[in-house]
Design a protein around this ligand. Structure first.
Ligand SMILES: [Fe+2]
Ligand SMILES: [Fe+2]
Length: 214
């Protein structure tokens, strides 16, 4: 395995490159094909289409946050094994990011204009958690993924029944996020107390409400 030492400038450039690729439309490519790929486009009314696009925009914004969170953590995690795991998880999230982006485009809409803001905030939170401790960092991943799972479950009940394409993307994401939460706890993540999770839930509600619209 390569142990090449990266200078602070190298690290900064890598981070800027990742951020731009996450935020610029069409710059991410998926490893796994989209779960929507083989399904037929459903007949949707204008309002159903808008609603589905709004929900997928929220999911995409969540994936932008996941990228930033993992990048921030990978930068400050102390144990090489934790750092490696964070980078691996971030790569899996790239699929989600690309699938959501593709789906939003197919629904004739756009990703959230607030994504740069969410990226900056999440990167800061991730880097801070990593600075505190690896256990904290992994615990934060687990708590965040739990939150994401709840949103995805809600979206499955809110998406138009006939929109099989959006539903297929959300279903696979839900499986992956549950796996991420589980492995972060298995790796020694701190179990966050209910009040902290409650606060995280409030922040994510504010984020989802705004991303649904803009
Ligand atoms: Fe994800
Ligand atoms: Fe995840």
């Amino acid at each position: 395995m390569s142990t090449r030492h990266l200078s602070p400038a190298d690290v900064l450039l890598t981070q800027v490159d990742r951020a731009l690729r996450t935020l610029a439309p069409g710059k991410v490519t998926h490893q796994r094909p989209s779960p929507a790929q083989t399904l037929n486009e459903a007949e949707l009314t204008d309002s159903e289409r808008q609603h589905a696009a709004g929900l997928m925009r929220v999911n995409h914004a969540g994936e932008v946050c996941a990228q930033a969170l993992y990048q921030g953590q990978a930068m400050t995690a102390k144990l090489p094994q934790v750092r490696q795991e964070m980078e691996l998880a971030a790569e899996e999230e790239v699929d989600h990011l690309a699938w959501c982006q593709e789906r939003i485009e197919n629904l004739g809409s756009h990703t959230s204009l607030l994504n740069p803001l969410w990226y900056g905030m999440s990167f800061g939170i991730g880097a801070t958690a990593g600075l505190i401790s690896d256990r904290m960092s992994l615990g934060f991943v687990a708590a965040t993924e739990d939150q994401v799972c709840k949103h995805l479950q809600d979206h499955l009940s809110e998406l138009p029944e006939q929109d099989a394409k959006s539903r297929a993307v959300v279903e696979v994401m839900l499986e992956d996020e549950a796996k991420h939460a589980h492995s972060a706890l298995e790796a020694g993540g701190h179990r966050f107390p209910a009040p902290v999770k409650g606060l995280m839930s409030l922040v994510s509600k504010a984020m989802t409400k705004t991303s649904y619209r803009i």
